[in-house]
Design a protein around this ligand. Structure first.
Ligand code: FDA
Ligand code: NAD
Length: 435
């Protein structure tokens, strides 16, 4: 207490972006002792996407240290020893509770004070909770959320104790569509509940969603659409027993997993940096409105050059790349060099059961569906293009090879013109492959 620790660079948050930033600092040349990562989590940065996928496998589940960054993008795995060897201080299990950007100080919940020359904000997101929405009984036991390793451990523990039980998944977004299948693979009786008319409406067209819904149904997952959970029944020991739906039905549950969206963790910086669209506003170098302070990953609202628009992106590829860009910008600034502005092509993906899709670009304008989307096909392969102002601006592909995925990325980046949508439909994937 009373001790002030100084580092030239501090990263607040120890998730995906922090790990990739550390690797980039090392690549750019770092003096031991210059960099510290302060993280609420107890472990070194890891590839968060594993938590809703391999981590939940009933057999051969992925566990740390297997999935520390940067294995998720085919890079080297940074174990705690790597940070030690490089003289990077990993200050784990430490939550920053107060920030004063004016005096360049961070204060932890234990009362430690940190000061810096340059700060990278990489606090990521937290989950939206049903208790925040004042849903009755939402504090019952065995209602889970999934964001951090600790959450995944609680869920896997209950999967063991509630063996072959009933699971209700609330939310039809990324978490719902990955955890529903994971619970099914663990032999749970699974019901998914979401308010919209089809799953993942933020991205999926009706025809894309219909495939995933039928495929899941064929795997034995029950889907209840167009309603929400308005309350929970609990047993006398406090464990959840049933989910009360707005339409009056009650669905039995031993485990409930909730994935109803994320919220960027920006509260610590409120009033100290400019915000936009719910995130911390940055430029193409991830500089915030406060000199010497950068923001990356889920919390940053940054210019997407390709669309001439400010956006926030809650996906891992951007977390990695924005982190690298910010460190390059910090180093360039110190040495008086210039680097290119961030020029991001949005990239989202998901995996469940034997399925795997990728999406690149922007999902706006008209859509053209192509391919085999029979959910009973041995190897379904299909996709969609998005066309705006006579140009392809986005592409989705289920079941693509890595070459094919590269080709849809290229199409979305180059935005070739299309005169005839029927012709595009006929050509399907080969339109992208020949670009
Ligand atoms: P991230 O959330 O990774 O890290 C933030 C860190 O900051 C955490 O360690 C947190 O504890 C810490 N922190 C926050 N406040 C703090 C404070 N006050 N003091 C100290 N530390 C603090 N994306 C994708 O493209 N494909 C995918 O398949 C998936 N899958 C997926 C699964 C699951 C379960 C989740 C939760 C998320 C995904 N994502 C994803 C999204 C992706 O993981 C996400 O966009 C990145 O992790 C964002 O990286 P950040 O570093 O910005 O935040
Ligand atoms: P999401 O935004 O993807 O989906 C939220 C869904 O919750 C909506 O589609 C809707 O169906 C549902 N919903 C909203 N309000 C509701 C309510 N009151 N009751 C019931 N349902 C409601 O959010 P998520 O799935 O919770 O994911 C959280 C975060 O994790 C996001 O940042 C996401 O990008 C990230 N994530 C990404 C991946 C991936 O990219 N493959 C995988 C897992 C998680």
């Amino acid at each position: 207490l009373g001790l002030v620790k100084y580092f030239k660079y501090i990263i607040v948050g120890g998730g995906v972006a922090a790990g990739y930033a550390a690797r980039e600092f090392d690549r750019q040349g770092l003096v031991p002792g210059e960099l510290a990562i302060v993280s609420k989590e107890a472990v070194a940065p890891y590839e968060r996407p594993a938590l809703s996928k391999g981590y939940l496998n009933p057999k051969g589940a992925t566990r740390l240290p297997e999935f520390h960054v940067c294995v998720g993008s085919g890079g080297e795995r940074l174990l705690p020893g790597w940070y030690k060897e490089k003289g990077i201080q990993l200050i784990l299990g430490t939550e920053i509770v107060k920030v004063n950007l004016g005096s360049k100080t961070l204060i932890s919940s234990r009362g430690e004070t940190f000061t810096y020359q340059t700060l990278i904000i990489a606090t990521g997101s937290t989950v939206v909770r049903l208790t925040d929405l004042k849903v009755e009984g939402a504090d019952a036991k065995n209602i889970f959320y999934l964001r951090e390793l600790e959450d995944a451990d609680k869920l896997t523990e209950s999967i063991k104790t509630k063996k072959n039980g009933k699971a209700v998944i609330i939310g039809g977004g990324y978490i719902g569509l990955e955890v529903g299948p994971a619970m099914r693979i663990n032999n749970f009786d699974v019901t998914m509940v979401y308010p919209e008319t089809w799953c993942m409406p933020r991205l999926f067209t009706a025809v894309l969603a219909a495939f995933y819904e039928s495929y899941y149904a064929n795997k034995g997952i029950k889907i209840i659409k167009g309603t929400v959970a308005v309350g929970f029944n609990a047993k006398s020991n406090g464990e959840v027993k049933g989910v009360k739906l707005k339409d009056g039905r009650v669905v039995e549950a031993d485990i409930v997993v909730v994935g109803i969206g994320a919220r960027p963790l920006t509260a610590l910086f409120k009033g100290q940096v400019e915000e936009e669209k719910g995130g911390i506003k940055t430029d193409g170098f991830f500089r915030t409105s406060m000199p010497g302070v950068y923001a990356v990953g889920d919390v940053a609202t940054f210019p997407i050059k390709l669309y001439n628009e400010m956006r926030r992106v809650e996906h891992v590829d951007h977390a990695r790349k924005s982190a690298e860009q910010s460190v390059k910008a910090i180093k360039a600034n110190e040495t008086g060099k210039e680097i290119e502005e961030y020029d991001y092509l949005p990239f989202f993906y998901s995996r469940s059961f034997d399925l795997s899709w990728q999406f690149y670009g922007d999902n706006v304008g008209d859509t053209v569906f192509f391919g085999d989307n029979n959910p009973l096909s041995p190897k379904p392969k299909f996709g969609s293009y998005w066309i705006k102002d006579g140009k392809v601006v986005g592409a989705f592909l289920e079941g693509g090879t890595s070459e094919e995925n590269k080709s849809i990325a290229k199409v979305s980046r180059l935005q070739p013109p299309v005169e005839n949508l029927d012709q595009l439909k006929k050509e399907g994937l080969s339109f992208a492959s020949k670009i």
